[in-house]
Design a protein around this ligand. Structure first.
Ligand SMILES: Cc1ncc(COP(=O)(O)O)c(C=O)c1O
Length: 365
């Protein structure tokens, strides 16, 4: 089956084979080496040249675990969080803040609308209680790219902590973490990095981790980043890791480093361009204008009188899995992601199958 949902993705045979590494105990030196290797490779891939300024912290869980751990670990007693919301995952960040009574300012925009930098600046000047600003990098809801680097400069300029949910972006969308001083970036194994689901991680500015995060209140036990950091710096991990998934993730990182992050982004961009051109030639309209579209996912309007379920089932019979819309767009759109160990042939095979399905339906009236 070719997966054109935004993760979990198809992985390479090389990554799949890494699941078969020998069984190990997570308290043995083999596991310490595995953890250290993954942490170092994450820094090499995502903060090249600035590895000493950042640290990577690994958790077993899905992307949400990394996002929530970062958010809850990011602020001292009495301080609050601002969330910029322009999609489902921004809303999730806000829900996390509210659950812990840490919500301060909610900057709510339409889906796919970029935030106004002056408004963020003004709001941060007015709300001294805001310590952390959180937003999503690639808003998977519509495949929208948020201007995180520009927001990072504003937030850093006003001495606040900037946290980015890049669960669906890192490895597939360009992101300069170090230059604009992004403090925390949360992501996971099963999307653009092309591993199996189960490993989540946060890349954190080392000075912030050492001087601040360690002193902040613990707002959870499993999701407290300081716990993980302390143990991982000693070569250990506080809770049982999904060892086999970690082995496979290390192999996925090897593949990413061999391909290069920029080339991976370009490969995904190439697939997306092919998909968008062909869809356009078939009269299928993209929801976002080209300048807002990501490398990795496109939201398209469903043709008139066609249900998502019908389209999905027809494509699945041909071996392709697409993805539904969410919230108020659920019955109006379908989404096609183009991440994972895919080939040009997979993309053209999907597009041929799609065209056949549309034509057959047209002929049957
Ligand atoms: C932007 C974004 N954040 C968070 C998540 C949640 O990730 P997970 O399902 O791995 O918890 C997703 C999942 O698609 C996402 O796209």
């Amino acid at each position: 089956m070719i997966l054109l949902n935004p993760g979990p993705v198809n992985v390479s045979e090389r990554v799949r084979r890494a699941l078969l590494e020998p069984d190990i105990c997570h308290r043995e030196s083999e596991c310490s080496e595995l953890l250290a290797d993954i942490r170092q490779k994450l820094l090499q891939a995502f903060v090249p040249g600035n590895e000493s300024e950042y640290t990577a912290i690994l958790l077993t869980g899905s992307g949400t675990a990394a996002v929530e751990a970062a958010l809850l670990s990011s602020l001292p007693q009495g301080k609050r969080i601002m969330v910029i919301i322009n999609g489902v995952y921004g809303q999730r960040l806000w829900n996390m803040a509210l659950t812990q009574r840490l919500g301060g300012v909610e900057m709510r925009l339409d889906w796919g609308q970029a935030p106004d930098l002056d408004k963020i600046k003004l709001s941060l000047r007015q709300h001294r209680e805001i310590h952390t600003v959180a937003m999503v990098h690639h808003e998977t809801t519509l495949g929208f790219m948020n201007p995180v680097e520009k927001v990072a400069e504003v937030v850093d300029g006003l001495n606040r902590v900037f946290l980015v949910d890049s669960v669906s972006g890192l490895g597939g969308e360009a992101l300069d973490i170090a230059a604009p001083h992004i403090y925390m970036v949360a992501s996971a194994s099963q999307k653009c990095i092309q591993g199996f689901p189960g490993l989540a991680f946060v890349i954190v500015r080392k000075g912030f981790m050492d001087k601040s995060v360690k002193t902040y209140p613990k707002r959870g036990w499993y999701l407290n980043l300081a716990n993980y950091y302390e143990e991982q710096e000693r070569g250990s991990i506080p809770f049982t890791p999904a060892v086999q998934v970690y082995y496979a993730f290390r192999e996925a990182l090897n593949e990413l480093l061999e391909e290069g992050v920029a080339k991976r982004c370009a490969r995904f961009r190439g697939y997306a361009t092919t998909i968008r051109k062909r869809m356009s030639s078939l009269g299928i309209k993209a929801v976002l204008p080209p300048e807002q579209q990501s490398n990795t996912l496109t939201a398209f309007y469903l043709p008139e009188q066609m249900s998502y379920e019908w389209l999905h089932d027809q494509l699945k019979q041909e071996g392709y899995v697409i993805y539904a819309g969410q919230g108020h767009m659920e019955s109006k759109i379908f989404r096609v992601a183009n991440i994972g160990a895919l080939s040009d042939k997979d993309i053209s095979g999907f597009l041929d199958a799609f065209e056949q399905i549309i034509k057959k339906r047209g002929e049957s009236g």
